[in-house]
Design a protein around this ligand. Structure first.
Ligand code: SF4
Ligand code: SF3
Length: 558
């Protein structure tokens, strides 16, 4: 076994990637990511202790958030960047360690003598030797926890934290800071180093991860709407216009905004891809006339779609796949995304914008795209929009015109069995409304599923983090219909998962008390039999079944 990773839905045989990742992650990258997570735990050990003394360090906390985000599926595939990041993590750990040791001595007039976990004390012998890091990574990876159930719960926490960190990072970038989230992340990471915790105690941390997942989605929602306004119902164009183009993928709206500003009046058309589609519904982004529309579908189609897009491409967050030689020269990464030998647009310095000049020059040099008609996609149904239609929706529910809402949020992926979600969308009774968000929607958002009295049968709230909207809407419906239990509402869940942000969304839903969630195509490989039984017992969670069975269950209110 040269590596071990089972954090995403496409892991080999739904057990684990052991030679190299299905995602394209080499075993070296996997080991380096394992070491990075380990050092983040060590940082958190000191950070958490410092917080107990009333001290925290914002820079260290932001580093932990970015470090977690870096290890999400399909973000960073670059050994060299990870090597530098681990060295930086050791510096950050020293920094918070000295702060803590000094503060401790000052408070108690004695030295701190507690047994320090290896994650907080291990150091490199030579900081030029990547192999030393790789072999340490092998030693401290997922399987270093021998107890299968404890490992399962700890990894469930860590994967939840990764997604939560991604949302938090996006919010922080837009100026929406929240130290409570950082304090929790550090506490939870430090907890995963403990060897004395029971299953029940770890389940408690899992639930708390759900609670802070809600907070992270909430602050990101606030950050997005404060800067870009509330989403508006928008007909998104999905064709192409003649002329040079830039395609922006991923989740980072600020990157998109800066590209829009830097390309104004340059004759370049800007297109969204994958999870960037909802950007077309925000007033402060759609006001740019050269933001033309959306090109392509979900991340896993990118090799074909990017090859066909004769323009420059920018990956702002996950999910990048191995770039084909046909477009390797015209794809760029930025932020935490990295692929070896792919040009990287460096971070903002001193509050300036990123410099997207290389992307712009590349787009202008390529000759451009041809005119191509495309159909329109209806987007912009965040909680603000949906609640503004509340009277109409409540009336439709009361009259029986809408019988049920089916939340089908989440991720898309390449497995053929994900056709299940297309079939469910097609075969649901015509009085059911699909609530979606995340890239899962590409399985059905171009089908003509019609509307119910002017309410489209697919309501798209936006990116995966906008699943938050469905929680807000459900809580509103609970109030309007005066039901005691949120599970008494006519809402079913059919969630598609792939990477760790979907784990975060799932934990948020569980924290909010939603039960009978169907999840698929596979249940996470990192859930041990006992942990899965526990989730089934507590939340009645289940794997998606056949289309026929699940439609039957949905019809019976499950
Ligand atoms: Fe395998 Fe998924 Fe891990 Fe990649 S992220 S190595 S595909 S489990
Ligand atoms: Fe999609 Fe990667 Fe998860 Fe943000 S872009 S939902 S898979």
């Amino acid at each position: 076994m040269s590596m071990f990773c089972y954090q995403c839905e496409e892991t080999v045989n739904n057990k684990g990637c052991t030679i190299q990742g299905v995602c394209g992650k080499t075993h070296d990258v996997a080991d380096l990511q394992d070491l990075l997570i380990y050092i983040l735990k060590g940082i958190s050990y000191y950070s958490n202790k410092s917080r107990e003394l009333g001290i925290h360090d914002d820079e260290v906390s932001s580093f932990v958030i970015k470090g977690l985000f870096t290890t999400i599926t399909n973000v960073n595939f670059d050994n060299e960047r990870l090597f530098q990041l681990i060295k930086e993590s050791l510096r950050m750990r020293d920094r918070i360690k000295f702060t803590f040791i000094g503060a401790y001595k000052e408070k108690y007039s004695k030295d701190f003598t507690e047994n320090i976990p290896d994650a907080a004390s291990w150091d490199t012998k030579s900081d030029t030797d990547i192999d030393e890091f790789i072999s340490k990574g092998k030693e401290v990876g997922v399987l270093s926890e021998a107890n299968e159930d404890i490992r399962s719960l700890k990894e469930l926490i860590i994967y939840g934290l990764k997604g939560l960190a991604a949302y938090t990072d996006h919010a922080f970038i837009l100026g929406e800071k929240n130290d409570d989230i950082c304090a929790f992340v550090e506490k939870a990471l430090a907890t995963t180093l403990r060897t004395d915790l029971s299953v029940d105690e770890l389940v408690g941390v899992v639930m708390e991860t759900g609670k802070f997942s809600v907070t992270a989605m909430e602050i990101l929602d606030k950050a997005n709407t404060t800067r870009y306004g509330k989403q508006e119902i928008t007909e998104a164009f999905t064709g192409t216009k003649e002329g040079p183009g830039i395609l922006i993928s991923g989740h980072d709206l600020l990157d998109l905004e800066e590209i829009l500003k830097q390309t104004e009046d340059q004759g370049i058309n800007i297109y969204t891809h994958g999870e960037m589609l909802p950007a077309l519904a925000y007033p402060e982004l759609k006001k740019y006339k050269h933001l033309i529309g959306n090109y392509g579908t979900a991340w896993w189609n990118q090799q074909k779609e990017f090859e066909d897009f004769n323009g420059a491409i920018v990956m702002t967050t996950n999910c990048i796949q191995k770039p084909k030689s046909s477009y390797k020269e015209r794809i760029f990464t930025t932020g935490l995304v990295a692929w070896p030998e792919v040009k990287h647009i460096e971070d903002r310095k001193n509050g300036d914008q990123k410099d997207f000049t290389p992307v712009i020059e590349k787009a202008l040099s390529l000759g451009g795209l041809k005119e191509n008609a495309g159909k329109k996609l209806m987007i912009g149904f965040s909680h603000h929009t949906v609640l503004s239609l509340a009277d109409k929706i409540v009336e439709a529910v009361k009259s029986g015109a809408i019988k049920r809402f089916v939340v089908m949020s989440g991720c898309d992926g390449r497995h053929k069995d994900r056709n299940y979600f297309t079939q469910i969308a097609q075969d649901l009774p015509k009085d059911n409304v699909i609530l979606t968000s995340g890239c899962a929607k590409y399985r059905y958002n171009s089908l003509d599923l019609g509307d119910i009295g002017g309410i489209p049968r697919v309501l798209d709230a936006g990116q995966c983090n906008d699943s938050y909207s469905w929680a807000v809407v459900a809580l509103k419906l609970k109030e309007v219909f005066a039901v005691d239990d949120i599970n008494d509402l006519p809402i079913s869940f059919d969630i598609a998962w792939y990477e760790q942000k979907a784990v975060t969304v799932l934990l948020a839903l569980l924290y909010l008390g939603f039960k009978q969630i169907r999840l698929g195509p596979n249940l996470p490989a990192f859930l041990s039999t006992n942990v899965l039984n526990l989730l089934v017992e507590k939340f009645d969670i289940k794997k998606i079944s056949t289309v026929e069975n699940d439609l039957n269950d949905i019809a019976q209110g499950k």
